[in-house]
Design a protein around this ligand. Structure first.
Ligand code: SAH
Ligand code: SF4
Length: 334
């Protein structure tokens, strides 16, 4: 993958195994060039003068009561991005990574969307988020078992870096995380879904649908004007057929917006072909106009889906008390 360290080493005529030594050191948690003791001292010193060992550096950290950890990280050009490590039973951890600094798609309910467009992260910046988290999990005698592209940004607008990062995260000599434990979430960027159909690592795909009709969805997510529901579901079906895995439909329950019984019926009628699994998501308030559905409405919605033969799951909000939850990622300090 494109890696500044790799190009520096190459331009200095260093043998290829040097890069492997650097990668091994990153994997085992070295934070500074001085800790990469497999390299000759003189080389370490020269490297430290021209290139950082990591492309992202932890800048601030917050831990919430449920054990969720949120990092604010800085890129070398000073942008703030965030990644969130979620704690599960039996020492497992899921990392929610960012793929862009900011997001151009402007979904009305999303804190990152209000930041506006930033820039695509590089493959190294994405993989480094995972390596730092893997090291932190190890320190807590836990294991980074899952990666979800549900942090800042739209991963399928940045496929070349995201795919390279996934290749590395998935590789046995990278982090060795299985394809079914990696999930890419999209707001419905159809050309990116098509690229995913051709991608060799059969990761899980999640579609942020959040509405059952085009008018409601377009009001929440401007991208729907470009690729309406029927188009994006068709692309998801192609992905389900190619991988033999169901596509997750993410559905944020918003009070009075998309949580009627009629919405549930309409949703079910479009997803009945066995290729989808619905995840109902609790809304994390971000200070905008929306409120999450009250529990009885959410229950009624779920029952309606159940009666229609879909078996939705509920995604509880994690890390909400430290603003570490999905959709709340908008690094304040810029
Ligand atoms: N851009 C991609 C991935 C990042 S957003 C996407 O939109 O899918 C990850 C998930 O968080 C999406 O399902 C998104 O709709 C959801 N989300 C955004 N704001 C949220 C909020 N305030 N509360 C709960 N989920 C939110
Ligand atoms: Fe971007 Fe996803 Fe937020 Fe929409 S929900 S603004 S696509 S990060």
């Amino acid at each position: 993958m494109s890696d500044q360290v790799a190009s520096v080493l190459k331009s200095w005529g260093e043998p290829a195994y040097r890069l492997k030594q650097v990668d091994d050191a990153r994997r085992s948690g070295a934070r500074e060039w001085d800790e990469v003791t497999t390299l000759p001292k003189a080389l370490r010193t020269r490297l430290a003068e021209v290139v950082p060992l990591w492309t992202v550096a932890p800048d601030a950290m917050a831990e919430s009561r449920d054990g969720t950890i949120k990092w604010r990280l800085r890129t070398a050009d000073g942008l703030a991005i965030e990644s969130v490590l979620i704690k599960h039973a039996r020492g497992r951890r899921t990392l929610c990574v960012s793929s862009q600094a900011g997001c151009a798609l402007g979904c009305r309910f999303c804190a990152t969307g209000t930041m506006g467009p930033g820039r695509d992260l590089t493959a190294r910046e994405i993989a480094d988020q995972a390596y730092l988290a893997a090291d932190s999990a190890r320190g807590a005698e836990a294991r980074l078992s899952n990666i979800v592209f549900m942090g800042m940004g739209e991963p399928l607008q940045n496929t070349s870096a995201v795919f390279d990062a996934i290749r590395e995260i998935h590789a046995p000599d990278g982090l060795g995380i299985s394809a079914r434990s990696i999930a890419v979430s999209t707001a419905g960027w159809v050309p990116g879904i098509e690229e995913l159909v051709a991608f060799e690592v059969p990761v899980r795909l999640a579609l942020s649908l959040h509405a059952a009709d085009d008018d409601t969805r377009s009001a929440l997510m401007p991208i729907n004007n470009r690729w309406p529901i029927a188009n994006v579901l068709a692309a998801c079906r192609r992905y389900a057929d190619r991988t033999g895995r169901r596509v997750f439909i993410e559905y944020l329950l918003l009070d009075g917006v998309n949580d009627n019984v009629s919405d549930a019926r309409r949703l079910a009628s479009q997803l009945r072909d066995g290729r989808f699994h619905v995840n109902l998501i609790e809304y994390n308030a971000t200070g905008g106009d929306y409120r999450g559905s009250p529990p009885d409405r959410a229950r009624r919605f779920a029952e309606e889906l159940q009666e229609a033969g879909l078996h939705p799951s509920f995604r509880r909000s994690r890390g909400a008390d430290s603003a570490a939850a999905c959709g709340q990622l908008a690094a304040k300090a810029r």
